[in-house]
Each structure stands twice: as structure tokens, then as C-alpha cells.
Design a protein around this ligand. Structure first.
Ligand code: NAI
Ligand code: MG
Length: 372
């Protein structure tokens, strides 16, 4: 029997290709696992009305961790049009399988390390080594949205909120509402994870990213909680910045930053910026981590225009596999993978199209495997 059970969720498009590449490297490093395929993605929405079928949810309840490629999603109208004939009139609503996975399994940490491997011509600057902690289950992604706005909600807002008055003469279908919902528990646990990570990994500083001067109720609370949590970590410096200023400062002085923590949407934004500084989507890896389950993935999508060509960069996914090994406590294997990735980048012989070369996806994986 294998030591670990891993759910294997390739999904759509290049998700399938990059997971195939990651498997080459996991096999070479000798990871002792049984991989169990799970259905996820567009095809299952079209044919079954659910991009994350119940059987996949059951599978995820019974594994140690999961590797996920990418999914395709489309705007509302297209999503409804592509539903199977027998389902089209049922009023089904498309829901992102990733957001659902995060919420169903309470994968509250989105961990995104962004490290510039020496020799990568795509590095914005050498030696960047940032780690983003993004809250992963609430905030503007809570899924509480209204378009058109129900009359009861308008009436309550009119009663309770003075600034709402500027909208009072609009028709209900002339505006839309998305709720930014942040909880004390959700804020505290992600901030604590960031500080714990800093402590365990000898990181010097945690920067809290927010918009507390304008979004006062939610982000103000997030910042206050950070100040409280910081008291438990006297050896670690804390600072904070507004999201807009932060994007500017990160570009100007990336070396002033170390660990970043943010509510969901700002974490999403800042992690794309950080990923771009270390090579872009071909290098951005991500862990969705809860107490019992963690799902690892590249941050990119299914890139339909490249699907079938086996030319995209698998390094993001190979680094996601490395993160999975770290989470499982297989640090020695994780280090071997990371060193092999670093060696291939430093050598500069194998380069996928985004790196300026023409190495194919699986050739890149083989080149990395050959360094193990
Ligand atoms: P995308 O991330 O799929 O691709 C954008 C562009 O980035 C590609 O055309 C390509 O030029 C580049 N790229 C992406 N991955 C790369 C790789 N591994 N190596 C080299 N270059 C790479 O984003 P796009 O085109 O906006 O979305 C395509 C589909 O993916 C959509 O249906 C979208 O909803 C979905 N999506 C899914 C995500 C996920 O599964 N986590 C995340 C983002 C988008
Ligand atoms: Mg994103």
C-alpha cells in the first residue's frame, strides 16, 4: 500500500498537460503515493450541471492532499448556453468549483510563495523572495451578491445607512450589490498563519495589505486584529500598507518586503503582481490549505489557446507539487524538486516559450527530473 492518497484533478485545457508534467517529477523523486483521478471542470458543468460533482467531493474527503490543474469558466450567458439540452431549462447557476472547494473544505489559507530563481531572464530583479498569505474563504468572494437588488435589502439599507441615500432613487435593477464579508475568526487565523510561517522560517517582517482608510468596517477590523496578533510575535516586525500604495512600493522596493498577508481580493491582486516579478504565470504556484485537506495548483488558468500543443511552462505546477510535499512533511523530497528546478533554470538550456525558448512541457519536466 502507498504511503499517501492523492486526489488528481487535471481539469481543463493545459491543466491536463501541466499535471502530466508534474507527475514525471513526482515519480522521479520517489514520492510514494496512490493517485486517484477526480472529475472537475467545464465538461461536468455542461453535461451534469455541476463543475465539481459530488463524487469528487467524496474523493476529497478521503485523501491526504490534492493536485489540481486548472479549469475553464465562462461568462453567465455562455455558461447557460453550453449546458446540456436536458438541463438548460432547470435554472441551474454556474458556481466556480475552486471557490466551492475552498469553502466546502475550509481551505482558509491561500499560500503563494514568489521566489526569483537565479538565472531566470523573466525575473524582475534577482533575489526576490516574497510569500503571500491570502485569506481564501470570505471577503468579496463570500458569494453574497444581488443583481437586481431585492426591495427588502434596499429598505434595510435605506434605514440603517446614511450614505446609502445617494442610491435611493434608483430602480432596483439599476444597481448591484456584492457584500464584502470578513469575520474576526477568518481574519485572525490567516494573520496568525502568516506570523507562524514567519517565525518558523526566520522571516523578519509581516506586511498587512488592506484599504482600512476607506473600507473601514472590514479592513479596519482586519488591521486591528493584525496589531493584536502581532503582540504574540515580538521577534517579528509588522507594518501595513494600503493595497494601492502597496502595488507601487512592491515594484519600487521589492526587497523591503518579506511575508505579506491580505484579505481575499487584495491577496489575489498582490499575488499576481508578486508572481509577475518572478517570471509570470509559468512560475506562480499556490496552496489552498485547511486543517484537514490541502489542494495545490498553479495560479494560471486553462489557457485554451495553447491546449493540445504541450508548450506551456510546467514549472508553476512542479513547484505546486513541491509545496504539497512540504505540507505532507516530506521536506527532503520537496528540497530535491526545488533544487532540480533551480538547477534547470540556472543552466538555461531548457526554456519553454514564455522563457524565450522552445522546450516542450514534458521535455521541461524530463529536464527537471534528470537533475534529481
Ligand atoms: P490563463 O491563466 O489560462 O492564461 C492567460 C495567458 O497566460 C495564456 O494565454 C498564456 O499566454 C499565459 N500562460 C498561462 N499559463 C501559462 C503557463 N503555464 N506557461 C506559459 N504561459 C502561460 O488565463 P485566461 O486566458 O484569462 O483564462 C483561460 C481560462 O482559464 C478561463 O476560462 C478562466 O476562467 C480560467 N481560469 C482558471 C483558473 C484556475 O483554474 N485556477 C485561474 C484563472 C483563469
Ligand atoms: Mg488570480
Amino acid at each position: 500500500m502507498s504511503k499517501y492518497k492523492i486526489a488528481w484533478l487535471p481539469g481543463d485545457g493545459i491543466g491536463i498537460e501541466v499535471l502530466e508534467a508534474a507527475k514525471i517529477v513526482l515519480d522521479k523523486v520517489g514520492f510514494d503515493a496512490e493517485y486517484i483521478h477526480g472529475d472537475i471542470g467545464w465538461e461536468f458543468w455542461c453535461n451534469e450541471g455541476d463543475a465539481l460533482p459530488e463524487r469528487t467531493i467524496e474523493l476529497l474527503k478521503n485523501v491526504d492532499a490534492a493536485m489540481f490543474g486548472a479549469i475553464t469558466s465562462k461568462p453567465k450567458k455562455d455558461a447557460e448556453a453550453e449546458l446540456n439540452d436536458s438541463l438548460r431549462s432547470t435554472g441551474l447557476v454556474y458556481r466556480s468549483p475552486i471557490v466551492r472547494m475552498r469553502q466546502l473544505f475550509d481551505l482558509y489559507v491561500c499560500l503563494r510563495p514568489c521566489k526569483a530563481y537565479p538565472g531566470n531572464a523573466l525575473n524582475y530583479k534577482e533575489n526576490i523572495d516574497l510569500v503571500v498569505f491570502r485569506e481564501n474563504t470570505e471577503d468579496l468572494y463570500a458569494g453574497v451578491e444581488f443583481a437586481p437588488v431585492p426591495a427588502q435589502l434596499r429598505d434595510v439599507l435605506q434605514q440603517l445607512s446614511k450614505p446609502f441615500g445617494v442610491f435611493k432613487d434608483l430602480m432596483l435593477d439599476e444597481y448591484a450589490i456584492t457584500c464584502k464579508i470578513n469575520t474576526k475568526k477568518g481574519s485572525e487565523r490567516i494573520i496568525r498563519e502568516a506570523f507562524e510561517f514567519a517565525k518558523l522560517n526566520n522571516r523578519k517582517k509581516v506586511t498587512v495589505v488592506h484599504k482600512a482608510n476607506v473600507v473601514r468596517a472590514t479592513d479596519g477590523m482586519f488591521l486591528d486584529i493584525a496589531k493584536d496578533v502581532h503582540k504574540d510575535y515580538p521577534g517579528i516586525e509588522m507594518d501595513d500598507a494600503n493595497i494601492d500604495a502597496m502595488t507601487m512600493w512592491l515594484l519600487k522596493n521589492p526587497f523591503n518586503y518579506d511575508v505579506l498577508v491580505a484579505p481575499n481580493l487584495f491577496g489575489d491582486i498582490i499575488s499576481d503582481l508578486c508572481a509577475q516579478m518572478v517570471g509570470g504565470l509559468g512560475f506562480g504556484c499556490s496552496g489552498n490549505i485547511g486543517k484537514k485537506l490541502a489542494v495545490f495548483e498553479p495560479t494560471h488558468g486553462s489557457a485554451p489557446k495553447y491546449f493540445g500543443q504541450y508548450k506551456v511552462n510546467p514549472i508553476a505546477t512542479i513547484l505546486a507539487a513541491k509545496m504539497m510535499l512540504q505540507w505532507l512533511g516530506e521536506n527532503e523530497l520537496a528540497d530535491k524538486i526545488e533544487n532540480a528546478v533551480a538547477a534547470v533554470i540556472a543552466e538555461g538550456n531548457a526554456k519553454t516559450y514564455d522563457m524565450g525558448g522552445n522546450t516542450k512541457t514534458l521535455e521541461m519536466a524530463e529536464a527537471i527530473a534528470s537533475k534529481i
